[in-house]
Design a protein around this ligand. Structure first.
Ligand code: NAP
Length: 457
């Protein structure tokens, strides 16, 4: 895949980049390794100062960065601006809390026949981050902020369609005062990942992306016996029970499916509604999905911009066509928007069965599958009838039902009366084919640390 900024609103190529040669990649790894040798000895206070400065730079340049993101991958510019602000918050969160998260963990010496015992968290060294385009700043920052605070060094291989955002972030870290080469962007395609990950100077890898990319990277990491974290796809359920505040559930359902033009791993993708409220939910949901404004994502009044890539739109179309061919019904949307750019409208589809690809595969666009169920047991079974297990959402005010959803939904997170989202203070990650490991919070910063046991006799 060429490394290029192609504006999804117009289809025009705005800039292309020559990928780094293998020699250039090797040189960058060496620089990262050298940087890691000294950077690991810097203090939390120094790292926090640089990270706070990076947050200030993001805030100061938020408009410019938001426009860049929108031009590269098409999300509405207000969402791009919010993403930039969220990155600044996460940086400040880790600047504030990293030393507390990584303080020595004491162990009762009398339990282990020692005079003193504890766990010390130490950085692993150079960490490769293979990242997706859908939240091109946030996905990287939620890796980089904790990793750099822990004393690791980052090598970013970003998605090939967001090179300018990737380079911008490198500049931000450098301008904020981080020592040179502590965070570098590698302009390479996915075919270069093996070279980087098999290099002995690289200690670990984190990948956010598709299941296929996850399998490939995990295979290399396994062979090399290197630590890996995988944040992969999802097909999150959104269950609505009769006691739910329906107005609020519908408004949230539309947002949960359509934000980021429907291209979010934790977007609600399967809406599972109890029979008692199914008709009302369907009517309101279809009405609101149909009312969203599709258009230029730089226009502040636009709700839905284009999908990020031409292939991405084709993938969505193929899944919808396959479902319709096998008997599903379209309640709204379902046809690409004519004209330039890769627009696809908010779509609601019913009658999805296991015979259809979208029953099993992730639909990465604003397409909502709607199901009706007679009881909570059927709702939970259907919610869990997927290989994915990233987020999950359940709407009910009944405490017993809430307890069942919390206990029985197979997912890395469950949100009750809300939509799955990420906060710096909440651990984030999945189970099943959605991946393993956690990002954010205290768990996230420890993923790329050696938990070194210290025993003193
Ligand atoms: P993708 O095609 O898997 O790409 C993600 C990254 O992996 C890109 O940098 C890509 O590089 C690289 N890559 C692709 N195939 C690879 C391979 N065989 N070996 C090594 N690297 C490889 O995914 P995407 O289309 O960009 O992003 C959408 C996917 O990401 C969705 O499935 C979504 O659910 C998932 N996602 C998950 C989370 C989460 O936190 N769980 C968050 C956001 C997105 P190139 O661009 O050069 O191909």
């Amino acid at each position: 895949m060429a490394i290029a900024s192609i504006n999804p609103t117009t289809g025009e190529t705005e800039r292309t980049f020559e990928p780094f040669s293998a020699e250039e990649v090797a040189g960058r790894i060496e620089r990262a390794y050298e940087a890691a040798n000294t950077y690991q000895h810097t203090s939390f206070a120094d790292r926090a100062g640089w990270l706070r400065a990076a947050a200030d730079l993001l805030d100061a340049q938020a408009d410019e960065i938001a426009e860049l993101i929108t031009r590269e991958m098409g999300k509405p510019v207000a969402e791009a601006r919010a993403e930039t602000g969220k990155c600044a918050s996460a940086m400040r969160f880790y600047a504030e809390n990293a030393s507390r998260f990584l303080t020595d963990h004491p162990i009762d010496p009398s339990e282990v026949s020692a005079s003193k015992a504890y766990v010390r968290w130490q950085p692993l060294g150079v960490v490769l981050a293979v990242m997706p385009w859908n939240f091109p700043l946030w996905q990287v920052v939620r890796f980089a902020a904790p990793a750099l605070m822990a004393g690791n060094v980052g090598l970013l291989k970003h998605a090939s369609n967001v090179p300018r955002t990737a380079l911008k972030l490198q500049d931000v870290f450098l301008d904020a005062g981080f020592p040179p080469d502590v965070f570098q962007t590698l302009l390479v395609g996915s075919d270069a990942v093996e070279q980087v990950l098999t290099d002995p100077r690289v200690a670990a890898v984190t990948l956010t992306g598709s299941e296929a990319a996850g399998r490939s990277v995990a295979e290399i990491a396994g062979r090399e016996i290197k630590k890996s974290v995988l944040e992969l796809g999802g097909s999150d359920p959104f269950v609505v029970m009769p006691s739910a505040d329906l107005e609020s559930a519908v408004a949230t359902a539309v947002k949960a499916r359509c934000q980021n033009n429907g291209q979010s791993c934790i977007a609600a993708k399967r809406f599972i509604v109890h029979t008692d409220v199914a008709t009302e939910f369907r009517e309101l949901f279809v009405k609101r999905m149909s009312a969203l404004t599709i258009g230029d994502p730089l226009d502040p009044d636009t709700d839905i911009g284009p999908l990020a890539t031409e292939q991405g739109r084709k993938d969505v179309e193929d899944l919808v066509e396959d479902a319709v061919r096998h008997g599903a019904s379209i309640l709204c949307g379902g046809e690409r928007v004519d004209g330039p750019g890769w627009f696809y409208p908010p779509t609601v589809i019913t009658g999805v069965t296991p015979a259809m690809r979208m029953y099993r595969e992730e639909v990465f666009g604003p397409v909502a599958q709607l199901f009706e169920v007679p009881d909570i047991g059927t709702a939970i079974d259907l919610a869990n009838a997927t290989d994915f297990g990233l987020g999950s959402n359940a709407w009910t005010t009944d405490p017993d039902e809430q307890r069942r959803f919390v206990a029985e939904l197979e997912a890395g997170q469950v949100f009750i009366n809300g939509m799955t989202t990420s906060y710096p203070a909440l651990p984030f990650g999945g189970v099943k084919h959605s991946g393993y490991g956690r990002e954010l919070a205290d768990l996230g910063i420890r993923e790329f640390c050696n938990a070194k046991t210290v025993w003193v006799g």
